[in-house]
Design a protein around this ligand. Sequence first.
Ligand code: KG4
Ligand code: ZN
Length: 389
Amino acid sequence: MLILGIETSCDETSVALAEDGTRLIASDVASQVQMHAKFGGVVPELASRAHIQKLTPMVEACLDRNGLNLSQIDAIAVTLGPGLVGALLVGVETAKAMAFAAKKPLIPVHHIAGHLYSPMISGPDKAYRHIVIQYEDDAQTAPDAIAESDRNTLADSAAAVADQREQLSRQQSSDLKFPYVGLVVSGGHSSLVVVESPMEFRVLGDTVDDAAGEAFDKLAKLLGLGYPGGPLVERQARKGNPKAFDFPRPMTRREHGYQFSFSGLKTAALQQVRALGEEAVRGSDQLKADICASFQAAVTDVLLHKAELALNETGLNQLAIVGGVACNGHLRLEAAKRFTGSARVVFPPPALCTDNAAMIAGLAYHHRQLHPGCDLTLNAQANLPLGPL
Ligand code: KG4
Ligand code: ZN
């Protein structure tokens, strides 16, 4: 069964084709990060506008490149929520129009359920395309087909892409089996979940304030590094000493259970910067690197501590770490060290950690086995809780 997936919940416009839930044929992602970087964070109105401009041409381009048209697709899947409502609406309304025009089943998918499913998907290197959308001051630019240069532009950071490509080429199907413990760490979510099956979840805990990715983004802002913060903090941290500053490990006492809280850590970093002097910190590469390394170590410790607790208490021996923060090299390394001999840790390749439609098209296959699809009254849901749709 061939499913076309659409994802527009935040600042990535993505279209994917997946077969039978696991085999990825195409995953096209147009990232708006450079566009929002100018404002230091996602501007919802600009995000929706860019989704409108890019989505339909991207669907066309993706089908064309794979020698397909809509009539050959078995179903159309779309992210229903959670996310920015204006951004979600672009995907949902586009999917509805396509499903209606092509008389195809319409399948809504939960964004976090998609992240939790992402390690199940694999595809060849050539299946992945990454486009960077630049900020255009003339926001009235016609929403025509994507320029060839746009289509073929890989992310700005050649090193990051080379790294990503290397990992993708080595990618094998993860052999992860249900049930497993899922740790979702993204810009909007930090949750520990028992994933019983593709669509059955038991949420153990989530964040009471900031998400892990949000904490990285806020630290980057504080240090004047740019946006999005995660990759920039990681880059700085490589040159720093993780023991330079003794940042707290919030909510790690047993009575806190599986809840996360990262806002106290952000405050501790702020106080440290003030104590050292903001100008002194911003002017010193070593201080910035040490703060980033110490902060990254604290976030990693908390995440892995709670994940270990979940593995011990559930008796499960597989852990999937998913979402944008799962790109983090330090987290990957520390997880591998910590769980060697006790549990299998699986990370999707970086291209499937950050937002993508591949996870939506993959998971939709399982929805389709159980449900006939939705009618055209389907509506985006910004605060959709994790559960059956
Ligand atoms: O999953 P995602 O693409 O979007 C959401 O659903 O939120 O995650 C984006 C988040 C951002 O906060 C970004 O800073 C973080 O993932 N991130 C990272 C890294 N790459 C992306 N955080 C830490 N280290 C990274 N290498
Ligand atoms: Zn996400």
